[in-house]
Design a protein around this ligand. Structure first.
Ligand SMILES: [Zn+2]
Ligand SMILES: [Zn+2]
Length: 214
């Protein structure tokens, strides 16, 4: 079970599975989401390397459903679910995950789960300032190009190979444990459709965050 609770505590999503894969990401696209959320809520913003917990998209519990919204910061960005009570970033059910899983930023919400050791670090070159040493295991190492915009999550062949490796690893861990999208509950998109009649994101039209910018 993975429980994602917003920072103020009013809104939460429970996913049936534990995270199958954990990645660290320094990319502008991820950072812009948490940065935007902090700005909406007037929270202090200090950029950190984000820890992405990939969880099978199977929501089995919701609180504060009235606060959930699907948002997309840029035309070419990845959509995500925010809780408007405090503008936490709860889950990223990006289209390129093919409805299989969501990414949860440990730094965008309060996260309770048994997270495995990180197996990948992306986009270190996009991150402003020094990064902590990578201490995870390597099943694959992919570095997004510094001009990563989210529309093409794996720009080069090497990156695509890396992405394929962890998707395979994630699916294998989900299957091994008997999980699947919406298997015990509903997918996050089905949830948003049930709540709002559509899972389409509200596109905010922001400009991209440049690499190296906080
Ligand atoms: Zn909240
Ligand atoms: Zn990222």
């Amino acid at each position: 079970m993975t429980t994602v609770t917003c920072i103020c505590g009013k809104t939460s999503l429970k996913f049936a599975a534990e995270p199958g894969v954990v990645a660290e990401c320094g990319c502008c696209d991820c950072r812009q989401k948490v940065r935007w959320a902090a700005a909406q809520a007037g929270r202090d913003w200090k950029p950190t390397l984000l820890t992405l917990n990939y969880v099978v998209d199977d929501v089995v519990g919701v609180t504060g459903a009235e606060n959930l919204r699907m948002v997309q910061l840029r035309n070419d960005g990845a959509e995500f679910i925010t809780a408007v009570c405090c503008y936490s970033v709860l889950a990223v059910p990006a289209g390129y995950y093919n409805g299989q899983f969501v990414a949860v930023f440990a730094q965008g919400c309060k996260l309770e789960c048994k997270a495995p050791t990180p197996t990948i670090r992306y986009s270190a070159s996009d991150f402003p300032g020094p990064l902590p040493p990578y201490e995870g295991e390597n099943i694959a190492v992919a570095l997004h190009p510094s001009k990563y915009r989210g529309a093409n999550p794996a720009g080069t062949t090497a990156e695509q190979t890396g992405v394929n490796a962890w998707v395979k690893h994630l699916r294998a861990s989900a299957v091994r444990e008997g999980h699947g999208p919406g298997k015990f509950g509903e997918t996050s998109r089905a949830l948003m459709t049930r709540l709002h009649g559509s899972s389409a994101a509200k596109v905010l039209g922001l400009t991209p965050l440049e690499p190296g910018i906080e």
